[in-house]
Design a protein. Structure first.
Length: 237
């Protein structure tokens, strides 16, 4: 009797989990093991490449058909609320990022860290190299796109955190240095939407356990160029 109850509960658990697994596979499709894999970095992945690989084999690119911005609502209930960087499809929009090779196992690992995004395959002709390097002719090209239910502009309840801005723009500065693209950081600012006066200065206590090593002086100079003295309105905790 007891074993029958356990089996019934296990079957119920599997039935409960199955829809979640199905949704997850649709959001994070299986990569073709026989095809080269490439990822577009536009925020933390852009910065992370400098930490892990020093942009080895990466290509600075312009991405067509997507808008980057502070548009991803994160955190609810007792979780720290914030607005993160994200992208959404937008005809005619362009932003700068990097394209880098990635293995299927690295894709699966990165997928597990994603909550507010889905991994979307894009066409190679949506990418334009910003250096003399050529976009690979073969392979699958991916980008993490914010899920529609998490779209939200910054607000007092979901502010932008300066530590996230520091990480993003430091990555842009390092790309500029690595590939001698002087205007790349300025393009990062100009092709990012929804800068807002809803800020939280968490530099003294960054959200991430391992704070990014950032160039604050250079980042501040970039932020001072924002219209409306937005950076001057940064508020402390």
């Amino acid at each position: 009797m007891f074993l029958d109850e356990i089996h019934t509960k296990e079957r119920g658990a599997l039935l409960f989990l199955y829809p979640f697994i199905a949704r997850a596979s649709e959001c994070y499709p299986v990569a073709d093991q026989n095809s080269p894999q490439y990822m577009i970095g536009y925020g933390d992945l852009l910065y992370g490449q400098s930490e892990n690989r020093n942009y080895q084999h990466a290509i600075p690119v312009k991405v067509d058909g997507y808008k980057r911005g502070w548009l991803t609502k994160s955190g609810a209930g007792d979780t720290l609320k914030k607005t993160d960087l994200g992208v959404m499809q937008s005809v005619g929009s362009v932003f700068n990022g990097i394209l880098f090779p990635i293995t299927p196992s690295e894709i699966r690992y990165t997928d597990r860290q994603q909550i507010q995004t889905c991994r979307i395959q894009i066409r190679s002709d949506q990418l334009a190299a910003m250096t003399s390097s050529r976009i690979p002719e073969q392979g699958q090209f991916w980008i993490y796109q914010t899920r529609a239910k998490f779209y939200e502009k910054p607000s007092s309840d979901y502010p932008i955190r300066i530590s996230a801005v520091d990480e993003f723009l430091t990555g842009c500065i390092r790309v500029a240095e690595q590939f001698q693209l002087k205007s790349y950081p300025e393009e990062c600012v100009a092709t990012t939407w929804f800068w807002s006066s809803h800020w939280v200065n968490d530099r003294p206590q960054p959200l991430k356990p391992k704070p990014a090593q950032v160039d604050r002086k250079a980042v501040n100079k970039l932020l001072e160029s924002l219209e409306g003295d937005i950076f001057g309105q940064v508020r402390a905790y």
